[in-house]
Every structure is written in C-alpha cells, then in structure tokens.
Write a protein that binds this ligand. Structure first.
Ligand SMILES: NC(=O)c1ccc[n+]([C@@H]2O[C@H](COP(=O)([O-])OP(=O)(O)OC[C@H]3O[C@@H](n4cnc5c(N)ncnc54)[C@H](OP(=O)(O)O)[C@@H]3O)[C@@H](O)[C@H]2O)c1
Length: 265
C-alpha cells in the first residue's frame, strides 16, 4: 500500500524509523518531513528519493495520509496547536506517555489514532514495536520494522513503557561483565566480542523457547553447584532481582506519564 507518511519531529527516533522504512526493498510510500530540524531533514531528503522536506508543519499535515508525531512530550502541545488535521487521516504517535485519548483533542477531527513505541533497534528492523490500538494502515506501513505487538487497551501502554525502561540497565550489566573481563587481563575487544555474542545467543534461545517454558530457562542454563548457579544465587541474595521488580513498580507508580492511570499527572 503506497501512502504519504508525514513526520512532525525529525529527531532520533524518526530518523531511525525512516532509515528502516527506506531500507526495505518493497517500500513504495513517500515520506514528507517537517522543516524544523534542518540538517537531519535535509540529509534524509538528499539520501532517499522517497523523502522530501516541506516548508511547514501544516504542509506536512496537508500532504499526509498518516501523520507521525515524534516531538518530545513537552513539545507536543505547542507543536500541534494551530495545526488543522483531516477526519480521514491516521495519526501514529511515538510520543511517550501520551496515549491516543490524550492526543485526541489535539488532532481532531482525525479520530484514528495509534500510539507506537519504537525502540532504538528499530533502525536495524529489530526489537519490539508496540502498536495500540490496531489500525490496519499503521500495521501495513510499520509492521515490518521489528516484532509488532498489538494491544487494544491503552491503559496497558504504561506497562510496556516501563518494561522498555530496562535498556540502560541492560547495557550497564553488559558493560560490567566486559569491564570485569578486562580487569582479569582479557583485551577489551575480545571481551566485548565474547559478551555481545553470548547475549545475542541467549536472546536467540529465549525467542525460540515457547512462552510456557521461559520459566525453565534459568535452571536449564545452570549446573547444580556450577558457575551459573553461583552467580545467580549471589545476585538473588544481594537482592538484585527483587530490586529490579521494585524499580519497575516504582517507575510504573511514579513516572510522570500522561496516561489515564497516571497518579502524578
Ligand atoms: N528515544 C527513544 O528511544 C524513544 C523511544 C520511544 C519513543 N520515544 C518518543 O519519541 C519522541 C521523539 O523522541 P526522540 O528521542 O526522537 O526526540 P528528539 O531527538 O529530541 O526529536 C524530537 C524532534 O522534534 C522536533 N520538534 C520539536 N518541536 C517541533 C515542532 N513544533 N515542529 C516540528 N518538529 C519539532 C525537535 O526539534 P528541536 O530539537 O529543535 O527541539 C526534534 O528534532 C518522544 O516523544 C519520545 O518520548 C523515544
């Protein structure tokens, strides 16, 4: 399906998504870009024949079948104020913490609004892409950019947002192991190659395992009295897993997200 996708906000996430879209051999849609972030939008227009930088946000909205909102949350109200949307348009918002019901007044009379949560790996066409709710045109255009997870209940978006807040912790854990190896005399690049491949292998096994058997993976990856068991016991005794759960609860309960459930709105 060839459509015109308009990006309001050409920052980190939009750029990653645009690279991924344009890299697909069967991508036949056109992309129009808001002019504000001059260097990025010009680079994209020069690099991809399917991309064009337009003269204003309103020109982008006027041209688009699907309007992507990708400015920072605190920029959203100002960016959307005064723009005229159409009833027939689909809105795909990347803006964290602003589910469709929060966006609705700002993009009226457009009514078909989805929130998408792309993560950085989307640039490589990998990782999860949450879409809420299911809008066929959105799935058609963005569905090949990773593992699409569709939900219909927007109050659950907050849960997914919090689950994705593990990214920097993950990388710190990764780097802690690499760093530890270097202190034991292994060269940094050798240590990094080893750990990165180990983690990729674990993720591959995780994805290949039926959901009902995920619970078995820790035990399957340790030998009684072996090294893995000792590390896991040490982490559990130190409260690492309980702390992770508490951190997720804390962020869920206290993060300043503009969702219907947000107590600290
Ligand atoms: N980064 C992530 O991993 C991630 C993941 C999922 C969702 N998100 C969400 O995606 C959105 C974008 O995040 P990001 O990391 O890409 O932020 P970003 O790099 O700061 O990009 C936002 C872009 O929007 C532009 N902008 C601001 N006001 C505008 C306006 N009135 N008209 C047109 N463009 C405007 C900004 O320009 P200026 O720089 O000039 O202000 C900037 O280029 C955020 O709402 C974020 O919550 C991010």
């Amino acid at each position: 399906m060839a459509v015109i996708i308009g990006f309001l906000g050409v920052g980190t996430v939009s750029t990653a998504v645009i690279h991924a879209l344009c890299a697909a051999e069967d991508f036949e849609s056109r992309i129009v870009l808001s002019p504000r972030t001059v260097q990025r939008s010009e680079e994209l227009s020069v690099r991809y024949g399917q991309c064009a930088r337009l003269g204003s946000n309103q020109e982008v909205v006027d041209a688009a079948d699907i309007v992507v909102l990708s400015m920072r949350p605190q920029q959203m109200d100002e960016a959307l104020a005064g723009l005229s949307f159409r009833k027939d348009q689909v809105i795909a918002s990347f803006i964290a913490g602003s589910p469709p019901s929060v966006i609705a007044d700002l993009v009226s009379p457009a009514k078909r609004i989805a929130q998408l949560i792309p993560l950085p790996a989307i640039e490589y066409g990998r990782g999860p892409l949450l879409i809420c709710p299911k809008i066929p045109e959105v799935i058609e255009v963005f569905g090949s950019l990773g593992d699409v997870i569709v939900i219909d209940d927007e109050t659950q978006i907050r849960v997914f947002s919090v689950a994705s807040a593990f990214m920097s912790t993950y990388y710190q854990m990764q780097n802690t192991i690499i760093d530890w190896m270097t202190t034991r005399g292994v060269g940094e690049s050798t240590a990094a190659s080893y750990v990165l491949s180990e983690l990729e292998g674990l993720a591959t096994v995780g994805k290949a395992t039926p959901v009902g058997r995920l619970v078995d993976l820790p035990a399957e990856h340790q030998t009684k009295g072996g090294l893995n068991e000792r590390v896991r016991d040490h982490m559990a005794s130190a409260g690492a897993f309980a702390a992770l759960r508490a951190a997720l609860d804390d962020v869920y309960d206290n993060a300043r997200l503009r969702s219907p459930q947000a107590p600290t709105e």
